[in-house]
Design a protein around this ligand. Sequence first.
Ligand code: TXA
Ligand code: MG
Length: 331
Amino acid sequence: MTQVLELDPESPQQDAIKHAASIIRDGGLVAFPTETVYGLGADAMNENAVRKIFEAKGRPSDNPCIVHVASRGMLDRASTGINSRAELLIKEFWPGPLTLVLDRKPEVPSLVSAGLPTIAVRMPNNRIALELIQAAGVPIAAPSANSSGRPSPTTAAHVLDDLAGRVDLILNGGDTKIGIESTVLDIKGDPPVILRPGWITEERLRSVIGEVGASASEEDLRRSPGTRHRHYSPLARVILVEDGQTQQIEKLCVEYLNRGSVGYIGHSRLSINSESFYPIYLEAAADKYAHSIYWALREIDRKGPEIIIVESINDEGVGASVMDRLRRAAS
Ligand code: TXA
Ligand code: MG
């Protein structure tokens, strides 16, 4: 059975935090909000507990997890190799949506990192998450709390949809603020390389540490195995269309409407009147798309169309990270 507890995100109830921490210490699974998306957490130092994460999500065992810490001491328990660039980034962006790939300490089970000698670590900027990690007293391994391949969860209801019966407790702290995942940066490379674009943009990283390599070479993708797998996919097929081409988008929708129902997520208003047309309009700003895109994909999926047409946004800054997710959802 999965228990759900509602928490005040500004001042989390301490009895609930203690209860959640005891589940983590006993080797159980707790889903919790972060500032990006909900995570599915287990004690990162307990191999059996970490194995449960992979089972619950149906996650391929070659896809490593991010470990969440609440203090410098915990970071040092899990990892070494914190060079001067890493120090600068930690100072600037933690707690926050930046994950650093460092060297894994041998005490951390290799399953966490899918056998890699490295470990991905971040300090989330969310009170519920931080208080849970602190109360558990151990680093918490936590991938996004969706079943493998599905859009990441931005509400407790999304977690329940995917993982009911497979997670001991869900801490409901409301909608996540950001809505897409953290930036994953391999800090050991020279220059450091972005393995997964996210909320912290390349420009912001450059402003702190100078040169940063963009990801996407095959070699880099091997280093971040997770980026290779099917991702962010609703049940419906996603078709990504160009920004602002209203008439072409309408034409495409009508074409597909001849064959069945059609979902649409976009910022251009369409004049289509059909009971089989399920539009969700978002503002074109990248932060607005980021906040609501996973929710919108899941919302339309519930109505069961075979096709969801999604309008692109400007591919700059956070927009590039949103477009990365949309391209993967559409591939
Ligand atoms: O915002 C986030 O990062 C969320 C919240 C819950 O913190 N977590 C998240 O985890 O998105 P997940 O498992 O869905 O994505 C983890 C990403 C994958 O792309 C994986 O390949 C990469 O991090 N990763 C993890 N450990 C790694 C390592 N040792 N080396 C390279 N990449 C790693
Ligand atoms: Mg994920």
